[in-house]
Design a protein around this ligand. Structure first.
Ligand code: ARG
Length: 458
């Protein structure tokens, strides 16, 4: 097979180098974007009078035939043709003859490849945004179901204060909403056209790049041809958004893994989303969640990998840039799968309310008792000390905070009255936190309402 660039070469390419430098094994994933781009490019060539109207038609029809071959799985991608771009050009020439070679007029693979990637990302980011929305909707539904379920919040993984479980799920919904904003931000950088930048300097044919941008649905046109072909910053932005979102999924996984342990016993995961052990008959392992957590490593790795590839590259196209694709594909696939598994887990999650309620009480109520004294006029620092001593006393006695009597309370401070005992209930404590964004029922209901409106669930 002849190579499109073989004119100046006297030797055949070494097989090892061919294999080493090829990208078609993975960039064939951009085939349909490459066709889409070429269709617009051919129109622009026709409009500029670089090719005749007849040639434009022939090339378009040829490209559509190649597209059909790709869609039907008939297209054969050859390693010796290096990448998806040269494979498609070869296929076009096979369909329409030598005139097919005109498709690459006023274009370099350097602006071609970035344009394909951007077209691809426009679709992929859209799909990911839809998946993230599904995940958030699952969280909002769970929040509605768990409005009256109390759990302790944990700081330093020690019981802190009672919160509504709904509040917890809404916290993650917030995190995944910010992830969507990060992807939307990345999309802004994706949404500008590199094509027409040529190899680096622009092209010497009168191509109307604004027309091409419109044809391909780009909001803007990249303003500097060198920048257009040298940068992969928009991919970094996507990889970063994937890494952060993966980190959120990983933290949520970690919580659910701990919560499903026998020691915590807060939730149980559906059997269909767990696996067993080959040796221990009693085991039901949360492998899906563990792998979401585990795969976050590669999301970070992919970001670092491309950052490292870019560092120190002379500012124009270098072949190193071909190394952008595998991390990108891997991060998108990994995140997509992780989001889907997490959505399933959340949809099937069973909550063990009695257990969470009993853990939400006890010393998790101590802050409220201190605040009771504050309302009676005692400075907070002193109130903290009084209740601290009370906790020490009860710990020694092996009693829960709810088991304390008024007489015992009075030994620690005369300010305690009968109504102090009413505070010793997780629900009461949670409902006292009425500040905007707090865990009281009314505030959590506001959050649910906002979330439902924002997700279009109303
Ligand atoms: N496969 C190449 C890449 O992914 C396409 C651009 C090749 N350009 C070149 N001048 N060799 O970057």
């Amino acid at each position: 097979m002849q190579k499109p660039w073989e004119g100046r070469f006297k030797e055949k390419t070494e097989k090892l180098l061919e294999r080493f430098t090829q990208s078609v094994s993975f960039d064939k994933r951009l085939a349909l974007q490459d066709i889409k781009q070429s269709l617009a490019h051919v129109k622009a060539l026709g409009k500029a009078g670089v090719i005749s109207k007849e040639e434009e038609e022939v090339l378009k029809l040829g490209l559509l035939k190649v597209k059909e071959d790709i869609q039907e799985g008939r297209m054969e991608f050859l390693e010796e043709l290096e990448d998806v771009h040269m494979n498609i050009e070869r296929a076009l020439i096979e369909k329409v003859g030598d005139v097919g070679g005109k498709v690459h007029t006023a274009r370099s693979r350097n602006d071609q490849v970035v344009t394909d990637e951007k077209l691809f990302l426009k679709e992929e980011i859209g799909k990911l945004q839809r998946d993230l929305k599904e995940l958030r909707i699952a969280l909002v539904r769970l929040a509605e179901k768990t409005l009256d379920v109390l759990i302790p919040s944990y700081t330093h993984l020690q019981r802190a204060q009672p919160i509504r479980l709904a509040h917890y799920f809404l916290a993650y919904r917030e995190a995944f909403l910010m992830d969507s904003l990060r992807f939307a931000n990345a999309y802004r950088f994706v949404d500008s056209l590199p094509l027409g930048s040529g190899a680096s300097a622009g092209v010497d044919f009168p191509i109307d790049r604004f027309y091409v941008a419109e044809e391909l649905g780009f909001r803007a046109v990249i303003r500097n041809s060198l920048y257009a072909t040298a940068e992969r910053d928009f991919i970094l932005d996507v990889l970063y958004a994937c890494a952060v979102c993966g980190m959120h999924l990983s933290r949520l996984s970690e919580d659910l893994i701990i919560w499903s342990s026998e020691e915590f016993g807060f939730v149980s995961l559906p059997d269909r989303l767990c696996t067993g052990s080959s040796i221990m008959p009693q085991k039901k392992n949360p492998d899906g969640l563990e792998l979401i957590r585990g795969k976050t490593g590669r999301l970070y790795g992919n970001l670092i990998s491309l950052l490292t590839t870019l560092k120190g590259l002379p500012y124009a196209y270098n072949r190193d840039l071909q190394e952008d694709k595998e991390p990108l594909f891997d991060s998108l696939d990994t995140l997509k799968n992780s989001v889907a598994v997490m959505t399933l887990v959340l949809e099937g999650l069973q909550i063990k309310e009695e257990r969470t309620l009993s853990c939400a009480g006890g010393f998790a109520l101590a802050t409220d008792l201190a605040n009771y004294l504050v309302l009676k006029g005692l400075p907070f620092r002193q109130a903290h000390k009084v209740v601290g001593s009370l906790v020490g006393y009860l710990l020694e006695k092996g009693k829960r905070l709810e088991e304390v009597s008024l007489e015992e309370l009075k030994e620690f401070s005369e300010l305690f009255d009968e109504d102090a005992l009413k505070l010793l209930d997780p629900k009461v404590c949670a409902d006292r936190r009425k500040t905007y964004g707090g865990t009281s029922k009314e505030q959590v209901l506001v959050q649910i309402e906002n979330a439902k409106r924002e997700e279009g669930m109303l």
